[in-house]
Design a binder for this molecule. Structure first.
Ligand code: UDP
Ligand code: MG
Length: 319
């Protein structure tokens, strides 16, 4: 069945990493909401290399419910890649991306669908409030969105996650962007089309705990910044100019001190030297971030490997 002839109206993508404690409840709530919409739908769960019982639960779900399908990764590839795999396998005319842990309430979907029916092509959820998240997470998230907005000239709307409904035309546009270091909410903003927001309150996690430790959060933030802006490189140039100015000033001070017969020279030299080395390494690091991304693209490895699928009518539909 080609994607174009598809009768399917909605496809829901749910990335899952060690979510055995929540999937049953998530499926129940999603099924209730999708059923109420009265259109054909599929729910594609992407098992991102979970080490708990997630795979078994998804296999069982896709046997029991013809709406449920599952893609099982060969290993953990990260949330953004899991959503990407989902996008590669949807057949609906509109696609909903939602977290497995019920932090994004499925009950918001009908409002998104309504906006889609009246012409919006990307309906993104914008968080009004975040419940049950630490002060640290809220503060760093707010700082990150401010920085990102500044670096991308306000392209990425604030306080949006990946929870959204997207028209198939936009999904196809995203599928034509095979970049490796992915920051999907930035990519969705970059493609344009008719975008509208739906405000919602982000709930607490239903069960289990976050799989976004600081390291993964920093990685995502890095992709947001370095994959969407070259301003950090310009910052390196500015820093270089600033240091050249400071260096000239330092030399003048040294000259004056030497002429006056004072011998502060070593102290000034040492502190200037240390600061300068720090700045050079910082700039090298910034350039390295871009270099690493070029390296990832040049290697061109597949974004993910699927070990098993369940519930798809014609398996290996990409073949
Ligand atoms: N997730 C994933 N792969 C990962 C980490 C997370 O597929 O490596 C999924 C996870 O199962 C959930 C969503 O991404 O559906 C968001 O993750 P989480 O709730 O842990 O992050 P938080 O909401 O705390 O930022
Ligand atoms: Mg969560």
């Amino acid at each position: 069945m080609s994607r174009e002839d598809s009768e399917m109206t909605f496809s829901v993508i749910v990335p899952c990493y060690n979510e055995e404690a929540v999937i049953a409840e998530t499926h129940k709530r999603l099924t209730e909401v999708m059923g109420r919409l009265g259109e054909t739908y599929e729910i594609i769960y992407v098992n991102d290399g979970s080490s708990d019982g997630t795979a078994a639960i998804l296999r069982e779900l896709s046997e029991r419910d013809p709406h449920a399908k599952a893609l099982m990764f060969a290993r953990n590839c990260g949330h953004q890649i899991a959503v990407t795999a989902g996008l590669d396998h949807v057949s609906g005319r509109a696609v909903i991306i939602i977290d497995a842990d019920l932090q994004d309430p499925p009950e918001v979907i009908p409002e998104m669908a309504e906006k889609w029916r009246s012409g919006a092509q990307v309906v993104y959820g914008q968080r009004r409030q975040r419940q049950g998240e630490s002060f640290f997470k809220k503060t760093t998230a707010s700082l990150f969105y401010k920085t990102l907005a500044r670096l991308t000239n306000g392209m990425v709307p604030r306080d949006t996650g990946d929870f959204r409904l997207v028209d198939r035309q936009v999904v196809d546009a995203i599928r034509s962007m095979p970049e490796h270091d992915r920051f999907l909410r930035g990519m969705f903003a970059w493609v344009g089309f008719r975008q509208e927001a739906v405000l919602y309150d982000r709930d607490k996690r239903f069960a289990g705990e976050t799989h976004y430790p600081l390291k993964k959060m920093l990685q995502l933030a890095g992709n947001g910044i370095f994959s969407f802006s070259v301003k950090p490189l310009r910052f390196a140039t500015l820093l270089g100019m600033l240091w050249t100015g400071l260096g000239i000033l330092g030399l003048l001070i040294l000259l004056v001190l030497t002429l006056c017969g004072k011998s502060f020279a070593a102290w000034y030299l040492a502190s200037f030297g240390a600061l300068l080395a720090g700045n050079i390494l910082l700039c090298l690091g910034i350039a390295g971030e871009y270099l690493a991304r070029i390296y990832n693209e040049a290697r061109n490895r597949p974004l993910y490997l699927i070990a098993e699928t369940a519930g798809f009518q014609c398996e290996n539909k990409d073949d």
